[in-house]
Design a protein around this ligand. Sequence first.
Ligand SMILES: [Zn+2]
Length: 382
Amino acid sequence: MTHQLDALAGPTSTLIPVSLLTGFLGSGKTTLLNHLVHQPELADTLVIINEFGEMALDHMLVAHSTENLVMEMSSGCVCCSIRGDLVKTLRDITWRYSRNGRRWFQRVLIETTGLADPAPVIHTLMTHPQIASKYRLDGIVATVDMAAGMNTLNQHREAVKQAAVADVLLLTKADLATEKQHDALLRRLDGINRAAPRWDVSNGEIAAQKVLNLGLFTASGKQPDVARWLSEEAYAESESHGHAHEHHEHNHEAHDHSGHDTHGHAHDHGEDHHDVNRHDDHIRAFCFTVEQPIAEETLADWLELLMSFVGSRILRVKGILNVVGNAQPVVLHGVQHIFHPPVTLPAWPSEDRRSRLVFITRDVSKDVIEKTFHALAEGVAA
Ligand SMILES: [Zn+2]
């Protein structure tokens, strides 16, 4: 980690942004894509779709990928893999879609098949040398079928994972869902991913700006929007519940508020278990805060420890860190035990200089995260 900190990418990155569109089978991704590609914001977006999908897309820039060539990474770890077909596609499109040395597209949108694990795609973008040097993940968008969603979540762990790691949830087919189904699914999504904004989509209609520029680095020259990227308020516990509520309300303009009341109710009872009923999706999402600057050695040891023991169950980590000896904040982003090289931001986004890490895990509690950190931090101090 020490050496990596020296060679960091700047925040006004020239890397090509990649949006990942995941979502349950039959949740209306095709209709959605057809609406998106006709909006001016997506005119220069190259869309990569699955070769075996039946989708016809009325767009100039469409490439195909097979999505069946998943390769283990050299570590030999079962949970970490990259997509070989996608590597080839992402490598080829830069010359296939260029003329006189100029690229035709400015961003990429990858549509994955219904039940694909999003991790291999993210790993590909984060770690493959030829890909990571050209592309960056902008955000993960997941469509959720409001009528069939509950069944899909019950039957497929990958569907839970897609929803859990998404930066934005698009709620489709609400017209086919009963009010009861609708409310139950919203409550369940509170437990799986309460930080992601949710937008109602009917007939595939969604404004492109709601699904683009979700990452830390927006248009060049702009200050990175750390607050939005991290959404830490959404994970904060009871004392700042008001914030979480506000956050949700802001994004749920079209929903009635019965789901929120229930959400608040669960909070009032102190426990962080939103779904104490028969659906425990085993997703834990929380924010871990450290008041004092963290020694680089502690950080490196702690992450290594976590990654080797519970790495496969850490679905996503995002953080802004105050590292001893660094006046500027360091941004961390990981999926399972694969980390994007840390990035230094030019300045702290606010007065708050605490290190803040958001964890989305499968059955890894905040307690484990906290205790391992403090054990190592005290070890270093002693
Ligand atoms: Zn792994």
